[in-house]
Structure formats: C-alpha cells, structure tokens
Design a protein around this ligand. Structure first.
Ligand code: PEP
Length: 249
C-alpha cells in the first residue's frame, strides 16, 4: 500500500508572519492522519514554516530550486540552502513555472537530479493543456514530460519522486478532472514509469492529482486506485478546507 500524500502549494500567497498563523491553524485542526502532509510555501516563509511545524506531522516544501550548487545566479536558491533550513520537499516543474518562467523539460530534469542528490524529495508536476487534450495528445505530452524528467535518475532514486498529475486546464479554474479522467492519466503515468524502470518501481512511486481539488471533491478523487494524494493550490490556503482534504485520506 502506498501512503497517501497531501501537499499544499501556497504559490505567491502569505507573508512570513501569516505563515505562522496558517500553520498553527492547520496544527490545531489536524487529526494526526495516516497520510503525509506537506506545505510548500514561498521561499521567504520557509524558515517560519519549518519552525512552526516542528514536532508535528506537517513537513515543509519549497516551490522551486536551482540546479547549480552555488555561484553567480542572481535571485536563485540552491538545494543546500533549502536543506539548511530544514526543508524536505520541493515542487519541480509546476505548470506556472513552465508557462511564466521558461522552465523546460530539460531544466526540470536537472532540478529533479539536483534535488535527489541533496536528499530533497521532488514533487514533479506534469500535465497537459486544454489544447493538448482537445487534440488527443494528452498521453504523448505527459509521457514526454515524464521520460525527460527521469533521464539519468536511478531506480532507487526514482521511487522517492512524487509525481503530481496536474491538467493545466484544471489549475485554479474550478474545473476538476473527473475522478475517472484523473485516475486514467495517473495509471498511464505509472505505466510509463514501469516502462522506464520496472513494476516494483512503478508500484512504489506515488502519484498525486492536482487541479481544483477541494473539500467537496477530494474524497472521490482520493478513492481511486492510482491516485495517491493531492497537490492543492487555492484550497490549501484555508485551514478548514485543507484539513478536510487531509481527513478525506
Ligand atoms: C496547483 O497550483 O498546483 C493547483 C492544483 O492549484 P488549484 O488547486 O488552485 O487548482
């Protein structure tokens, strides 16, 4: 059985002081669930997040990292910097980073490799646009994103990666993939991992669904056999909604 994992992607929301408040609320309402819980905050909030979550089952993640160790990369943040703060997870290749910040499949691969090298657990985002889906190339796009992201990643390391299937048309739009649609793509991603590695690796690796998951639809999505958790945007900013999603596991 794969342990479910619920991760909140706060995007560019909440100040460092607001971070303390929101994590304290989650702590109060959090029923110590049988799933992994992660909050991915802006860089400047990470220190407060780690401090506030200490001693609880809530882990902290970043929303990006740079693939070089150090040097003249103004504005970038390295894996060592994140590790030093106590960060354990990092979102890589979110569609907003691919769309607005020119992330490519190749930079995503470099970041996955760097995160694993430094013992950070990558939450690797893949997903098709509405045009991809309408043109019938969803599987091709997601297989390409997945294959390139895992280039030169060993079998042992591959098992540590969490893949978030996030249809771009469902992110922040209120449109959710149906549980059947979401499960079908998650199963296809698992098949892609089996082709790249083997069944053991594919069975071990966790695949989340993300895209307007909320307190109302989480239970049904999370009941599907190939959906091992959720990456939550908007609903992760409200402690009631986020903890209801956690309880849905
Ligand atoms: C996300 O940003 O990863 C996401 C899934 O956002 P939302 O839940 O708001 O659609």
């Amino acid at each position: 059985m794969r342990k479910k994992i619920i991760a909140g992607n706060w995007k560019m929301n909440k100040t460092p002081s607001e971070t303390i408040g929101l994590i304290n609320e989650i702590k109060e309402k959090n029923p110590a669930p049988d799933c992994d819980v992660v909050v991915c905050t802006p860089f400047v909030c990470l220190s407060n997040a780690v401090e506030t979550a200490k001693g609880t089952n809530i882990k902290v993640g970043a929303q990006n990292l740079y693939f070089e160790d150090k040097g003249a990369y103004t504005g970038e943040v390295s894996a060592d910097m994140l590790k030093d703060l106590g960060v354990e997870y990092v979102i890589i290749g979110h569609s907003e980073r691919r769309q607005y910040f020119n992330e490519t499949d190749i930079t995503v691969n470099k970041k996955v490799i760097k995160a694993l090298e430094k013992d950070l657990l990558p939450i690797l985002c893949v997903g098709e646009t509405l045009t991809d889906r309408e043109q019938g190339v969803t599987d091709d796009v997601i297989r390409r994103q997945t294959k390139i992201a895992f280039l030169n990643v060993s079998k042992e390391d591959a098992k540590k990666v969490i893949i978030a299937y996030e249809p771009v048309w469902a992110i922040g739009t209120g449109k959710t993939a149906t549980p059947e649609q979401a499960n079908e793509v998650c199963a296809m991603i698992r098949d892609c991992i089996e082709t790249l590695y083997d069944k053991d690796t594919a069975d071990a690796l966790r695949i989340q669904y993300g895209g307007s998951m909320n307190a109302g639809n989480a239970k049904e999505l999370l009941s599907k056999p190939d959906i091992d958790g959720g990456l939550i945007g908007g609903a992760a900013l409200k402690s009631d909604d986020f903890t209801t999603i956690i309880k849905s596991c």
